[in-house]
Design a protein around this ligand. Structure first.
Ligand code: NAD
Length: 494
């Protein structure tokens, strides 16, 4: 097989001048030009003109003006616009998937199935909340002295302008989580994409305009996060920051935001674990490891990086895993038969190379992989490493790549204690045919989401977010309502 041809509209889009999208208008930036690099080739596919600080402020002003009318729009009308945007993304699925693959190196199949199809699903899910975000009527106990009565009710009111700061690993889908949730609640949004993947969200904002979203409701500001982030967060109109990204940046964002009294949701990284109980076959464990650790080159925040295996099976599991990883079809992400594309950017490649070098220095055993692939682009071998001990760096530091760390346990109870000793807690999984036992482990694993006999699957109905150092707040389910609305009480004497 070979790479699919790019659609004419993709070529035309890439050739355009890119910048920012404010008030339903394309806005050229400050003159600071960034290259967008195709990680499969290392070559530039487009450039974008980053926003100035004044333009970032203009985006907030525009979002604030839009908020005043958007919040008053009948809720079902807001919901129907989200449904229209979902239909539009479904219609433009291939165009957006190709742009995403060119910018991020995600295989075209994953761009279609996860970035686009999941974005459509999430938009429809959140649209379904329109008309259902309600308060309650309350029973008031105040005494009546002259026949007067009291009642009270609560309302869920939109918090205002949301600054959504998103990473490069799922540039459309993660932004859609935030945009759809904020908009259905009546908030407006300024999105700050990653410097590596700025294009698909510019296109999404244009498509939203075509669907009839009023000016200023969805704005996209591109540029360096360290420069624009504090400006966006510090603007008086920013009521809330919804951040997804690394722990270090998230903590910096949290400090900036909370110092100014802004609400914050943080979806951060961590070091997720998968615990395989001893009743499974070697092949079942290998299947689970492949699902949990290597999708999208491991560049999924919820992916497992630490694998706990029974001591009497670890050798057999690693032998079979080695065969599977070595036969992974690695190649152009635009080839529909490719299972693994490049890492998303050079910084990512350098970080992983460094972490694997550290693993070697610390005496961890490289079972397979561990090398950069030659031939251009940012390709890295799928890698399995048997760590020397729980103290190995690879048991603590997120690689965010196709690098699994494997460790044997004699006693599953002790493995659980070690997993829970992590300062992070985004996601974990437990695998066993004994559902009763697996559920007991799931109750005690310290993570925002625990999967049983599965890993990484997200559903809009199921709340998602990190515990401990992996985040603050939850997205999806009904939990998002807390994030984007203020609870107001109204009391009445009559
Ligand atoms: P990152 O933290 O480097 O960047 C994320 C975003 O923050 C980018 O848009 C960046 O421009 C911006 N940014 C950078 N400095 C900033 C600052 N000072 N103020 C405000 N914004 C700033 O993360 P990344 O490398 O893009 O993404 C990878 C990380 O994201 C991994 O650690 C991964 O675990 C995490 N992640 C978490 C989730 C989740 O839901 N928990 C999902 C995806 C990725």
């Amino acid at each position: 097989m070979s790479a699919i041809p790019l659609l004419p509209e993709v070529k035309a889009f890439l050739a355009r001048e890119h910048g920012n999208y404010i008030d339903n208008t394309s806005v050229a930036g400050s003159g600071v030009i960034f290259e967008v690099i195709n990680p499969a080739t290392g070559e530039s596919v487009a450039t974008f003109n980053a926003a100035s600080q004044q333009q970032a402020q203009h985006a907030l002003d525009s979002a604030h003006k839009a908020f005043m009318t958007w919040r008053e729009m009948p809720t079902l009308q807001r919901g129907s616009l989200l449904l229209k945007l979902a239909d539009k993304l479904a219609e433009k699925r291939e165009e957006l998937a190709q742009i995403e693959t060119l910018c991020s190196g995600k295989t075209i199949q994953l761009s279609r199935l996860l970035e686009l199809d999941q974005s459509v699903t999430f938009l429809r899910y959140f649209a379904g909340w329109a008309g259902k975000i309600n308060g309650e009527t309350l029973d008031v106990s105040l005494p009546s002295f002259a026949g007067e009565k009291y009642t009270a009710f609560t309302r869920r009111q939109p918090v205002g302008v949301v600054v959504a700061i998103v990473p490069w690993n799922f540039s459309i889908m993660i932004a859609v989580w935030k945009i759809a949730a904020a908009l259905v609640c009546g908030c407006s949004v300024v999105v700050k994409p990653s410097e590596y993947t700025p294009l698909t969200l510019l296109r999404l904002a244009e498509l939203a305009t075509e669907c009839g979203f009023p000016p200023g409701v969805i704005n996209v500001v591109n540029g360096a996060g360290s420069e624009l982030g504090p400006v966006l967060i510090g603007h008086e109109a920013c009521a809330k920051v919804s951040f997804t990204g690394s722990v270090a940046t998230g903590n910096a964002v949290n400090r900036t935001a909370t110092a100014q009294g802004k609400r914050v949701t943080l979806e951060l990284g961590g070091k997720n674990a998968a615990l395989f109980l001893n009743d499974l076959s070697v092949t079942e464990m290998v299947n689970g490891i492949m699902e949990a650790g290597y999708l999208n080159q491991g560049q999924i925040c919820a992916a497992a990086e630490c694998f706990w295996l029974p001591a009497d099976k670890i050798d057999a599991v690693l032998a079979e895993l080695k065969v599977r990883l070595n036969s992974t079809v690695i190649g152009s992400p635009l080839d529909e038969t490719t299972a693994m594309g490049p890492l998303a950017n050079l910084a990512q490649l350098e970080k992983i190379t460094q972490l694997v070098a550290t693993a070697r220095d610390e005496g961890d055993e490289i079972i397979c992989g561990g090398e950069v692939l030659s031939g251009g682009g940012y390709f890295y071998q799928p890698t399995a490493i048997r760590v020397a001990s729980v103290d190995s760096t690879l048991m603590k530091e997120e690689t965010f790549g196709p690098v699994g760390s494997f460790i044997a346990y004699e006693d599953a109870e002790q493995a659980l204690q070690c997993i829970n000793a992590s300062p992070y807690g985004l996601a974990a999984s437990v695998w066993s045919r004994n559902i009763s036992l697996a559920l007991r482990f799931s109750e005690r694993l310290e993570a925002g989401i625990v999967w049983v006999n599965m890993h990484t699957f997200l559903d809009p109905a199921v709340p998602f977010g990190g515990s401990k150092g992996s985040g603050i707040g939850r997205e999806f389910g009904s939990a998002f309502i807390e994030d984007y609305t203020e609870l107001k009480s109204i009391m009445i004497r009559y």
